[in-house]
Design a protein around this ligand. Structure first.
Ligand SMILES: Nc1ncnc2c1ncn2[C@@H]1O[C@H](COP(=O)(O)OP(=O)(O)O)[C@@H](O)[C@H]1O
Ligand SMILES: [Mg+2]
Length: 232
């Protein structure tokens, strides 16, 4: 489903050059739920952004769903990103002036679709995360856990094959975090491939496999070729 071959990424600013990713080989199979762990600054977000086509790798190649991406143009990249990936971030990234239902519809604005169809899909996504009754609320009228569930609804409304979550429970207390984790596990059980960055070992143990990142490199051999280990 996702294959990274020798992917490297360097950030350059006026004064410093940071090698954020070094020779990453990673294979995520269709239907897998992978947890990505590692200390702050080790390159987890960079790796997730490169996988999700938000950021281009410096060197190396990426295959998504069997297709090698050979220098795709910006429009092609945007289309592929929109159709393939759903993104969930630690700080939710909801638009405060939009009602919940309108937030969830945002990814569909880039598709050819009637307003009625958009609304129908957004409702279904909100019902899936247990927020069918909150559609007309504004984000600041919801708890953190509920806001993250809205963000999940927005991530899945376009029925992406792959969900990328960057510390989705990082701003939540443990009960709300567990609810978010339950939803991600449910979506995975229904067939969505999930890659999630987390600092929580307990959460990570509920996934199929943990990939450990250190200093821009994968330290777990399982990251490249490993066996699929099922959570108990
Ligand atoms: N846009 C950027 N410009 C310059 N350096 C960056 C940028 N984004 C990340 N970095 C650097 O790349 C390294 C990896 O960052 P990041 O992927 O955010 O790590 P993590 O998510 O594991 O905390 C860090 O040293 C960080 O400072
Ligand atoms: Mg990060």
């Amino acid at each position: 489903m996702i294959k990274l071959n020798k992917v490297s990424k360097t950030y350059r600013t006026d004064k410093v050059e940071t090698l954020a990713l070094k020779d990453i080989d990673l294979h995520v199979r269709e239907g897998e739920f992978v947890a990505m762990m590692g200390p702050s600054g080790c390159g987890k977000s960079t790796l997730l952004n490169v996988i999700g086509l938000l950021d281009r790798p410096g060197q190396g190649s990426i295959e998504i769903g069997g297709a090698v991406l050979q220098r795709p143009g910006d429009r092609e990249l945007a289309r592929l990103r929109n159709e393939t990936f759903g993104f969930i971030f630690q700080s939710f990234h909801l638009v405060p002036d939009l009602r919940v239902i309108d937030n969830v519809e945002v990814p569909l604005l880039y598709r050819r679709m009637s307003g009625a169809e958009r609304r129908r899909l957004a409702r279904a996504a909100l019902e899936k995360v247990g927020l069918g009754a909150r559609m007309d609320h504004y984000p600041n009228q919801l708890s953190g856990g509920q806001q993250q569930r809205v963000a999940i609804a927005r991530a899945i409304v376009g029925q992406p094959k792959i969900l990328l979550a960057d510390e989705p429970t990082g701003n939540l207390d443990s009960k709300m975090g567990e609810e978010v984790m339950d939803i991600l596990l449910k979506l995975n059980a229904e067939g969505t491939t999930v890659v999630m960055v987390t600092h929580d070992e307990q959460e990570a143990r509920r996934t199929h496999r943990i990939v450990r990142v250190f200093d821009g490199q994968l330290v777990s051999p399982a990251g490249a070729t490993g066996e699929r280990v099922h959570a108990a």
